[in-house]
Design a protein around this ligand. Structure first.
Ligand SMILES: Cc1cc2nc3c(=O)[nH]c(=O)nc-3n(C[C@H](O)[C@H](O)[C@H](O)COP(=O)(O)OP(=O)(O)OC[C@H]3O[C@@H](n4cnc5c(N)ncnc54)[C@H](O)[C@@H]3O)c2cc1C
Ligand code: FES
Length: 281
């Protein structure tokens, strides 16, 4: 088997693909909360993806990608036996795994992929885990069985009510808080707006909360400034200082603005990709 070779590929949900990739050194070293930066094509951009799982004995890591733009659609086209052009990692600070008591893991959409290894490690450290998993609709929910295997309780919410409780993950979290459940730590991963809303809710109840930020990244080494965020009034780089931060200290509005900075170019790149794909067919 060759380095960076795709060993298996599985479609988990519409536009969500799980890849197992041969990368023995990363598989050996990675810890919960870390990510890799990959390039799919020689002239392509570099994108970060969380290491959703690893098997050091097989020398493989698991990446789960949601197709949202040019690079992630190109990745979804790759097949078993293809190789990623490069794969750098493990990057980012590992999650601080500690026994705090009851941990609520809130995963929204593709955010369930990065929250899975963290929840697994938090459970192994002896915490009681309540997982709240949210998706827009049933067919978009991923890793339900994996999350059940590392949780003591699982609550599922869908925006349209097609599975679990109808509503947002924040509704389920609010219900737990109103029930007077003891919550020592909340970990939230998902779209920026979801993490912002979880943060607002838990701040009002003084519940410590960690969020894993999914900013735009380029070099992953703290040099380019692409992933800059403001946390507690200070400038931080998600790639080296994070990706996890105290959610109550994050300037969410600034982060959301910066995420939308290249929207026009991203849309053009995707349009070009679809046109080229059509021409190839
Ligand atoms: C530390 C880290 C870990 C990540 N882990 C995963 C993962 O495990 N699985 C996964 O599918 N994605 C993950 N992401 C997000 C992923 O990197 C982006 O979706 C990807 O870079 C988009 O590239 P693209 O060229 O396909 O789309 P682009 O053309 O760059 O973007 C297309 C659309 O997606 C939005 N977008 C772009 N980047 C992000 C982002 N970082 N977060 C949310 N929306 C974005 C854009 O605003 C635009 O609307 C992670 C991001 C970070 C920073
Ligand atoms: S990605 Fe360049 S500074 Fe973080």
């Amino acid at each position: 088997m060759e380095l960076n070779e795709i060993v298996s590929k599985e479609v988990l949900a519409p536009d969500v693909t799980r890849f197992v990739v041969y990368a023995p050194e990363i598989a050996e070293k990675r810890r919960a909360g870390q990510f890799v930066i990959i390039r799919v094509n020689p002239l392509g951009e570099r994108i970060p993806l969380t290491i959703a799982d690893a098997d050091p004995r097989a020398g493989t890591i698991t990446l789960i990608s949601q197709s949202v733009g040019k690079t992630t659609y190109e990745l979804a086209e790759k097949e078993v036996g293809d190789k990623l052009v490069d794969l750098v990692g493990p990057l980012g600070s590992p999650t601080h795994i500690t026994k705090v008591g009851t941990v609520v893991s809130v995963g929204g959409g593709i955010g369930i992929a990065p929250i899975y290894p963290i929840t697994q490690a938090m459970r192994a450290a002896g915490n009681y885990i309540i997982s709240i998993l949210g998706a827009r609709r049933k067919e978009l929910l991923i890793l339900e069985q994996e999350m059940r295997s590392v949780s003591d309780e699982v609550i599922i919410t869908t925006d349209d009510g097609s599975y679990g409780k109808k509503g947002f993950v924040t509704d389920a979290l609010q219900e737990l808080i109103h029930q007077g459940r003891k919550i020592d730590l909340v970990i939230a991963i998902g779209p920026a707006v979801m993490m912002k809303m979880v943060s607002k809710l838990t701040a009002a109840h003084q519940i410590p909360t960690i969020a894993s930020l999914n900013t735009i990244m380029i070099d992953g080494t703290g040099m380019c400034g692409g992933c800059r965020v403001t946390v507690g009034g200070k400038t931080k780089f998600v790639c080296v200082d994070g990706p996890e931060f105290d959610a109550h200290q994050v300037d969410w509005d600034e982060m959301e603005k910066r995420l939308g900075m290249y929207k026009e170019l991203e849309c053009k790149a995707l349009e070009r990709y679809w046109a080229e794909k059509k021409a190839r067919a």
